[in-house]
Design a protein around this ligand. Structure first.
Ligand SMILES: Nc1ncnc2c1ncn2[C@@H]1O[C@H](COP(=O)(O)OP(=O)(O)OP(=O)(O)O)[C@@H](O)[C@H]1O
Ligand SMILES: [Mg+2]
Length: 225
């Protein structure tokens, strides 16, 4: 079953948050295992804050010597496997990327994020060459404003579109998304009296999940064609 990793060398770009948003959304209809492969263990911490549905399990990776077995075990048990990676290149990261059907690269609309995304794309390509297969990757703009884009933001979008696949859906900067790190669980478990804009965040999350499923389907077709 598909393995989706979240990677970029930019710290704080939105890897863990985007993984939580996707994982909790997919778990509404299917079995999901999320692997926390970041030694900082932020995903593991999130998983302890609230009860998770039985369709969603979080596994804390025991490290680079175990990750391949952890992934293949998760693959055999879940419909989707999501891996949250650390922000720097490591053997753990490259093992996880090598096992991925799709690597999602979250990026803000700043030059530093764009540079990190480009560097991450290059690392994924190198990993693919070593494994003799192209590893599909997609950039998702995260923490973006829902307002009209500035000239710089447009420039960064154009730059990224030249180097890689950019998802149509953006994960906007929303309190509902950042609140997940405090409240635990998914958007549906947030309390509307505590957090604004849950409805919009939910629509955003659904669009993100459905585009990820479309990309995976496209990748699968391309591989079997
Ligand atoms: N779409 C979003 N809307 C609002 N806040 C966000 C969004 N994405 C990320 N954040 C916030 O930005 C911060 C960094 O996000 P996150 O932890 O997901 O990044 P990361 O890439 O996993 O970082 P690290 O490299 O440290 O693991 C967090 O405080 C998170 O709440
Ligand atoms: Mg993280």
């Amino acid at each position: 079953m598909p393995v989706i990793s979240f990677a970029t060398s930019k710290g704080g770009a939105g890897k863990t948050t985007s993984a939580i948003v996707l994982g909790t959304e997919l778990a509404e209809g299917t079995q999901v295992i999320m692997i926390d492969a970041d030694p900082a263990k932020r995903l593991t911490r999130w998983s302890t804050l609230a009860a998770l549905p039985t369709s969603l399990r979080v596994v804390t990776s025991q490290g680079e010597r175990f990750i391949q077995d952890e992934i293949s075990d998760a693959r055999s048990k879940a419909t989707f496997v999501l891996i949250d990676l650390e922000g720097s290149a490591s053997r753990l990261t490259s093992f996880a990327v090598a096992e991925s059907d799709l690597v999602v690269i979250p990026s803000g609309e700043e030059q530093q994020d764009a540079d990190a995304a480009i560097e991450t794309l290059a690392e994924i390509e190198m990993e693919g060459k070593a494994r003799r297969r192209a590893i599909p990757a997609a950039i998702v703009f995260a923490r973006t404003s829902a307002a009209v884009k500035s000239k710089l933001e447009k420039h960064i979008h154009a730059e990224m579109t030249k180097v890689g696949r950019v998802m149509d859906t953006e994960l906007h900067r929303r309190t509902a998304f950042s609140s997940l790190h405090n409240a635990g669980g998914g958007l549906r478990q947030l309390d509307p009296s505590d957090v604004n804009g849950i409805d919009k965040a939910l629509l955003n999350a659904q669009a993100f999940a459905s585009e990820i499923i479309d990309i995976l389907e496209e990748v699968r077709h391309a591989q079997t064609a």
